[in-house]
Structure formats: structure tokens, C-alpha cells
Design a protein around this ligand. Structure first.
Ligand code: FEO
Length: 167
């Protein structure tokens, strides 16, 4: 139903999403080590979402009768200069994922692979939300600056994040 070339690209993107899971788990661990447990909770929820994204692609590859190939997951970044640095790296990561999704959508359009193009629409929309959510936190951290009180307030707010309903 889809070309082998597109299946290869989807398997590569499967790896990108699993790496995102790993990276956010690493960021959650960093936040725990700094006693920023609200941030840690937020990153842990984010990691769960990335696993859900990966499983959407995994299931799609199976549905179109192609083979899933689980590639090695590279080691995530574990050291950050500050919580702002950590969140800025999360934003850069989301921007990278957006570029990967756009490339994939472009390739499916070029190949007249309408099934994959429609499948990827969900990810295109999701990336807008993901980037916006992380950008908001980066902006708030910049506003907080060196205020420990502001940071603790933000930490308490992020502790409230609830899991998204599965779609
Ligand atoms: Fe699955 Fe945050 O991109």
C-alpha cells in the first residue's frame, strides 16, 4: 500500500519519536535532581506523549502491511546548565521534530502517497501545539529570571499537568 522507501522513512521517524521519549525522560531525571518535581512531572508526561506518538507510527506501519524496524536509540543529553537551558533544548528538539514531520509530509505529497499524507496531518497539528506549549514555558522562565519564588510557582503549576486523552 505504501512504498518501501516511505516505509523506511516512517521507521526512521519512529526512531525520532522514541528518541524524544528518551530525551524527555532524561530531562525529567535532571529536573528531579534539582528538586524541580513539577518540571519533572511535566517532562515525564511529555515522554509518555512521545511514546504514544511512536506507537501511532508503529501501528500505521503495520496497518499498511510494511515491516516495523526498531533502530537503536541514541543516548539523550543528560547535562544542562540550568532549567532554562533544559527547556530551550526541549524547544529546539520540538522544532527539529516539526522539520522531520514536514519533510515526511512533503515526501508523501511528492509520491502521491495520500494515505500517509492524511495520516501525517495529525502530527502536523500536534507539532504546532507541542512547540507552543514548550515556547510558553521558555518565555515564562525568562520572565522569572533569577527569582526562586517565581520558579517555585511555575514548578507548582507544571505539577498540575494531566495526561492527554488518547486519540
Ligand atoms: Fe512527538 Fe514532541 O514530538
Amino acid at each position: 500500500m505504501i512504498s518501501d522507501a516511505m516505509a523506511k522513512r516512517l521507521n526512521e521517524h519512529l526512531n525520532v519519536e522514541f528518541f524524544a521519549f528518551y530525551q524527555y525522560l532524561s530531562m525529567a531525571a535532571y529536573c528531579h535532581s534539582k528538586a524541580l518535581n513539577g518540571f519533572a512531572h511535566w517532562f515525564s508526561m511529555q515522554a509518555d506523549e512521545e511514546q504514544m506518538h511512536a506507537m501511532k507510527i508503529y501501528n500505521y506501519i503495520i496497518d499498511v502491511d510494511q515491516d516495523v524496524e526498531l533502530l537503536p536509540i541514541k543516548k539523550p543529553t543528560a547535562q544542562f546548565d540550568s532549567i532554562l537551558d533544559c527547556m530551550e533544548k526541549a524547544l529546539a528538539h520540538e522544532q527539529h521534530v516539526t522539520a522531520c514531520i514536514n519533510d515526511l509530509a512533503g515526501a508523501s505529497l511528492e509520491n502521491k502517497d495520500h494515505a500517509t499524507l492524511i495520516f501525517l496531518q495529525w502530527f502536523v497539528t500536534e507539532q504546532v501545539e507541542e512547540e507552543a506549549a514548550v515556547r510558553d514555558i521558555v518565555d515564562q522562565l525568562r520572565m522569572v529570571g533569577d527569582s526562586g519564588e517565581g520558579l517555585l510557582m511555575l514548578d507548582r503549576e507544571l505539577a498540575q499537568r494531566k495526561p492527554e486523552a488518547a486519540e
